[in-house]
Ligand binder design. Structure first.
Ligand code: DC
Length: 222
């Protein structure tokens, strides 16, 4: 019997659209490495802020990027970014990082610095014996893995998304981040042609996951 193919599942969408919960569930169900690329942008933002580098200071950003040593630690089924051998902690979810991350993520040099690293997560998943990877972000199905086996785009009503973040006890200017992420020149947040668009406003997590899991399960059993 032929072994299952290695699959790549790309999940894009705005802040609090349900990407993380559905990615984590799919990762458990199908033994896929879970890669949250938002956490990578957040880790780099936290590091640059720690070094006192502002997003408006392009020379400072470039110098800091050249000096970053990126690694990956796999914890359970999740890929965690290491910066200079250190794993970023809770500070990546702070209000300060929420306020700055979209500004750093809009800088083409920051995106370029992360491009090969993100694609390299497929090798990490293969080396660790996963059946594939599920990667969430804003440009996974458009830029990072345009040929992914499955590409989903999640969206939800802004009011519902704000409510979800508040339930998580987080203060986050979702609308403002989405505005910056959607209007930037490089790799803006948008549903790429050919991706499956899912409106999660009135769906439970289980219903969202089901829509994604059905074709994945079919693929893995054929
Ligand atoms: O998914 P998140 O809300 O944790 O992402 C934090 C920020 O990182 C988001 O506002 C935009 C940026 N980001 C990005 O530009 N591209 C990605 N692939 C993932 C995140």
């Amino acid at each position: 019997m032929a072994s299952s193919p290695f699959i790549i599942v790309a999940i894009d969408g705005g802040a609090a659209s349900g990407k993380s919960s559905s990615s984590r569930t799919l990762s458990e169900r199908f033994n896929l490495l879970h890669v949250d690329t938002g956490s990578f942008y957040r880790a780099i933002t936290a590091e640059l802020l720690r070094r006192g580098v502002k997003a408006a200071d392009l020379a400072g950003v470039r110098a800091a990027l050249a000096d970053l040593r990126l690694g990956t630690l796999v914890e359970g089924r999740s890929a965690r970014m290491q910066l200079g051998g250190r794993i970023a902690g809770d500070e990546i979810r702070s209000g300060e990082v929420n306020d700055h991350v979209s500004h750093f993520a809009a800088i083409p040099e920051v995106r370029t610095a992360l491009l090969a690293y993100q694609r390299g997560q497929a090798d990490v998943a293969r080396e660790r014996g996963f059946r594939g990877l599920v990667m969430e972000g804003r440009d996974i199905g458009s830029v990072i893995f345009p040929d992914a086996t499955f590409r989903f785009f999640l969206h939800a009503d802004p009011g519902e998304r704000a409510r979800r973040r508040a339930n998580e006890g987080q203060q986050d200017s979702i609308a403002e981040r989405d505005r910056i992420d959607s209007s930037r020149k490089t790799a803006p947040l948008a549903c790429p042609p050919g991706a499956v668009s899912i409106d999660s406003t009135h769906l439970t997590l289980a219903e969202v996951v089901e829509q994604m899991a059905r074709p994945i399960a079919e693929r893995l059993t054929t």
